[in-house]
Design a protein around this ligand. Structure first.
Ligand SMILES: NC(=O)c1ccc[n+]([C@@H]2O[C@H](COP(=O)([O-])OP(=O)(O)OC[C@H]3O[C@@H](n4cnc5c(N)ncnc54)[C@H](OP(=O)(O)O)[C@@H]3O)[C@@H](O)[C@H]2O)c1
Length: 179
């Protein structure tokens, strides 16, 4: 039997479950006192593919300090409902997310990172595509914003695998219980 690659949601959230403000700002997150790179490079070593929604892709490309695409050393896939042309570092997919993800999970390689955002997370949950969830919780309550888990028709049980603190951040690591 071939070994499937895990799809891992690795994401930071406010304590009240938001990944950005409504204006797509992340200042509240970046001002938190962490430790080192808060486990990012260790995680980044474990993956070779990044998956993200078109809004997250735009956010990354528009970030003030971003001269070049952040994940250009990885295979990078962006989901959209429009038709967008591939470029040097990114492949755009506009149909059958489920089929695409199931297919790349069968390919040889490292883990697959679901970067976000919330809309894409809900699609993955609705299609039972997630294998692991690593959430880094910031000690911030921001009241409103873009939810990590938007309302949806999904329900998911998880098993806690580990907890680690990075100064003010808490990282929660879960395995997704398969249905
Ligand atoms: N805190 C963190 O660690 C973190 C991590 C990642 C992102 N973020 C933040 O999250 C925000 C964006 O999150 P979001 O939830 O608004 O958007 P998102 O999930 O990043 O992107 C949504 C877009 O993805 C496409 N999409 C979503 N579901 C789809 C489906 N089932 N089929 C085809 N395409 C689909 C659509 O693109 P089209 O509109 O082109 O059709 C949709 O508008 C940004 O502000 C970003 O900074 C934060």
């Amino acid at each position: 039997m071939s070994e499937k690659r895990n799809v891992v949601l690795f994401i930071a959230t406010s304590l009240d479950g938001y990944i950005a403000t409504e204006e797509e700002q992340l200042d509240w997150l970046f001002e938190v006192e962490g430790e080192g790179d808060n486990g990012f490079s260790a995680f980044y070593e474990t993956i070779d593919t990044v998956l993200m929604g078109r809004k997250t892709y735009d956010w990354i490309n528009n970030a003030d300090n971003m001269d070049e695409f952040l994940y250009k050393d990885k295979r990078s896939v962006v989901f959209t409902r429009s038709t967008l042309e591939d470029n040097d570092h990114t492949h755009f997919i506009n149909q059958n997310i489920e089929g695409f993800v199931k297919q790349i999970k069968q390919e040889k390689g490292k883990k697959i990172w679901l970067v976000g955002g919330g809309q894409l997370v809900s699609t993955f949950l609705e299609n039972n595509l997630l294998d692991e969830v690593i959430v880094t919780v910031a000690p911030k309550i921001i009241g409103k914003g873009i939810p990590l888990f938007p309302e949806g028709t999904y329900k998911q049980n998880l098993s806690l695998e580990g907890v680690q603190t990075f100064n003010q951040f808490v990282e929660l690591r879960y395995k997704v219980d398969k249905k």
